[in-house]
Write a protein that binds this ligand. Structure first.
Ligand code: SF4
Ligand code: SF4
Length: 272
């Protein structure tokens, strides 16, 4: 891996390479460049996960033609696919060194925090809330119980924006979560459930289920479960699975050509 990255930097395949370097005992994201080629000896994969592709989008936003290399676990690759589709990165300018680590349809074994769900705390266990619930488990609860469970989770939010900031597919320049008309400001906890529902809606067709938001959340809100449900609906209705490829548009259901011309509304025929 290290030799390949050195070669890419030296022959200009990439202008920089995003990977990890051990800094003061922590594996942290690091940008490797030709000018400091000796640092590539310190390039590691490491147990930590960061959204390297998000760092890449920030760099590409400033230098659109720059060629970027990066380490890509399965979750990184799924995020890259979404970022290509949404024109946040140009696939022709990105090279990856693939890392076999995560559990997915492609890889059967795993070795990362994705596998280690946070254990629910004592109160949550007492009232039957398990952070490892899957969307199908939730179907067993009635509407009011689902609402009270989510409200219990949401009211813990300290509005740190960690979930948004770590998310590899949160890339909007203007964020709805900071829009005063959508989410009130100046008070904690944030308005619930609107703060979380706004984010959930924006993750529809985007979330690649990397779990980084849940890892980052300081108050242990099972955010993946919420976004898994949202994307289950997207999959059912639009036949679109986020992150599985870089060619299918989430708007494919609208046909090959999408125009902004208003279309006549098809009125349902009424029985005589
Ligand atoms: S799991 Fe969380 S951090 Fe990962 S893509 Fe989905 S919303 Fe973003
Ligand atoms: S990371 Fe958790 S506490 Fe922070 S804003 Fe997101 S949901 Fe709220």
């Amino acid at each position: 891996m290290n030799d390949r990255v050195k070669r890419w930097l030296e022959d200009g395949t990439v202008d920089l390479f995003l990977g990890y370097k051990m800094i003061m005992g922590h594996p942290l994201p690091h940008c490797f460049v030709k000018e400091k080629i000796e640092e590539v000896n310190d390039l590691i994969i490491g147990p930590a996960r960061y959204s390297l592709e998000k760092i890449a989008t920030h760099i590409a936003a400033v230098k659109p033609d720059i060629k970027i290399g990066l380490l890509a676990r399965d979750c990184n690759q799924r995020a890259l696919n979404v970022l290509y589709i949404w024109n946040q990165l140009n696939p022709e300018n990105v090279r990856t060194v693939n890392v076999n680590c995560c559990p997915s349809n492609l890889k059967e074994h795993g070795d990362c925090s994705y596998l280690e769900h946070e254990a629910a705390g004592s109160f949550k266990r007492q009232v039957g809330i398990d952070n490892n619930l899957q969307p199908e488990n939730i179907e067993g609860y009635g509407q009011s119980q689902r609402l009270s469970r989510w409200m219990y989770e949401f009211q813990k939010c300290i509005k740190c924006y960690g979930c948004r900031n770590i998310c590899p597919v949160c890339f909007c320049q203007e964020c709805s979560l900071e829009h005063r008309e959508l989410v009130g400001t100046g008070a904690l906890p944030p308005e619930i459930p609107i703060f979380h529902l706004v984010r959930a809606v924006h993750m529809a067709g985007r979330c690649i289920d990397c779990g980084l938001c849940e890892d980052a959340c300081p108050v242990d809100i099972p955010l993946r479960l919420l976004y898994q449900k949202v994307n289950e609906i997207v999959s059912d209705v639009f036949d679109y699975k986020t992150g599985t490829g870089d060619s299918q548009s989430p708007f494919n259901i609208l046909g090959d050509t999408v125009t902004l011309e208003p279309k006549p509304i098809q009125l349902a025929k009424t029985a005589n």
